[in-house]
Design a binder for this molecule. Structure first.
Ligand SMILES: Cc1cc2nc3c(=O)[nH]c(=O)nc-3n(C[C@H](O)[C@H](O)[C@H](O)COP(=O)(O)OP(=O)(O)OC[C@H]3O[C@@H](n4cnc5c(N)ncnc54)[C@H](O)[C@@H]3O)c2cc1C
Length: 377
């Protein structure tokens, strides 16, 4: 008889890969990760980790995102020594550009206050246009900008690849296919996942399927308040050493995120009326790129290397949730991470692992109540 607890994680984005990684460290668990990778938000994402300079008013969201940003260095440490470490995650600082000096001063006050409880934010300073250009040579702006040295960039695709690699080393099984859930209401192993290669039953299942949660739970009699949002960005190449440049966050969709070896990302769009469509829409991307070129004129000469499209998950009030699915003990879900899921995904995964382990959670799931978004019909 198998004495290990069998746990499946469905979805291999940031939430699922981090959950599988931490669960796989427990010797008494047998972990299987399923992922079909279609439309994944994590691998399309831009990669900014800088929640402290957001003026979103939802306190619970801020608490989660700030804790998520603070958790990153520990996550990277937990992944262990890796030659790609600095390509996965790096605190290069973030530059925020506002429309007026008054708005910038207001933001600086908010950030200074937040720094009292969130030291990860790092040093804060208002930089003149010349100082901005020195820090980020692509930018030619006439206003000052706020710089936070703790702002970071993360390569979502590389991070999930490394997390899955480590989970495999720890003995987990990774299945690159779509899984369909059914519930038997029998013990043990009430949850069965069916894929094109067969069927397997589990004691516990974590649904980390992002925008596809309705597809998994609706056939099982649940109403799920999750909708898809299309996000597109452009990957460019500039002839410069870009690795140390900070991420740039102006108002609107045209964030500029430099990675190593001349790679610069511009994006991302937020399209609520496109469903799960993954076709790039050139018109939308052109508008975004033109706005970025107004701030960084050299981008007009940059070579377009590719376009990435992913589907974010949103709830009707834009708040994320996680916890145990109502009426289904041992079935967990997290979704609704929206535009900040690279930031909050790892800490949510950590908390899901703590719930499964029966440990105290870093943040209470009651503050992100799953029952507000998933209900049995
Ligand atoms: C263009 C873009 C830019 C972004 N930029 C940022 C940013 O700068 N900072 C930030 O913090 N956040 C950013 N985000 C948001 C962030 O990427 C997402 O919120 C986060 O990645 C969501 O992670 P997830 O694990 O919940 O879902 P996903 O990453 O979407 O993963 C879900 C996975 O589940 C799989 N799946 C679904 N159903 C099944 C099934 N039945 N069987 C098997 N597998 C299944 C999917 O194929 C997918 O791979 C951005 C998103 C986009 C799209």
């Amino acid at each position: 008889m198998n004495e290990k607890m069998s746990i499946a994680v469905v979805g291999g984005g940031i939430v699922g890969s981090t959950t599988a990684f931490y669960l796989s460290q427990q010797p008494n668990y047998e972990v299987t990760l399923y992922d079909n990778g279609v439309g994944q938000a994590t691998s399309a994402a831009a990669g900014i980790i800088c929640p402290w300079l957001s003026q979103r008013r939802n306190k619970k969201w801020y608490q989660l995102a700030a804790k998520g940003a603070a958790f990153y260095p520990a996550l990277i440490q937990d992944l262990g020594e890796d030659p790609d470490r600095s390509a996965i995650y790096r605190q290069v600082g973030a530059l925020v550009i506002k429309k007026t000096p008054k708005l910038l001063e207001k933001l600086e006050k908010i950030a200074t206050k937040r720094r009292e409880t969130e030291p990860t934010i790092g040093e804060l300073s208002i930089l003149s246009p010349e100082e901005v250009h020195e820090k980020m040579p692509l930018l030619h702006i006439s206003e000052s900008a706020l710089f936070a040295s703790g702002g970071a960039k993360v390569d979502g695709a590389l991070l999930t690849e490394k997390l899955q690699e480590q989970a495999l080393k720890n003995g987990a099984c990774v299945m690159k296919e779509a899984a369909e859930l059914s519930i038997q209401h029998t013990q043990p192993q009430p949850y069965t996942l069916t894929t094109s290669s067969g069927q397997k039953s589990f004691d516990k299942v974590v649904l980390a399927v992002g925008a596809w949660l309705p597809e998994v739970l609706t056939p099982l009699g649940y109403d799920v308040d999750i909708r898809p949002q299309k996000g597109q960005l452009v990957e460019l190449h500039v002839n410069a050493e870009t690795d140390d440049w900070p991420v740039v966050m102006p108002d609107g969709e045209k964030d500029i995120i430099p990675f190593a070896n001349g790679k610069v990302i511009v994006g991302a769009t937020h399209e609520n009326d496109q469903g799960y469509d993954l076709e790039p829409t050139k018109r939308h991307l052109r508008v975004m790129l033109d706005e970025a070129i107004e701030l960084a004129p050299d981008l007009a000469e940059a070579e377009i290397k590719g376009i990435r499209v992913g589907t974010r998950a949103y709830t009707s009030d834009f708040a994320p949730f996680f916890g145990e699915v109502p009426d289904a003990p041992g079935l967990y879900a997290a979704s609704g991470l929206g535009s900040s899921g690279l930031t909050s995904g790892p800490i949510i995964a950590r908390i899901l692992t703590q719930l499964i382990n029966g440990e105290d959670a870093d943040l209470s799931p009651n503050d992100y109540p799953i029952e507000n978004y998933i209900s049995k019909r």
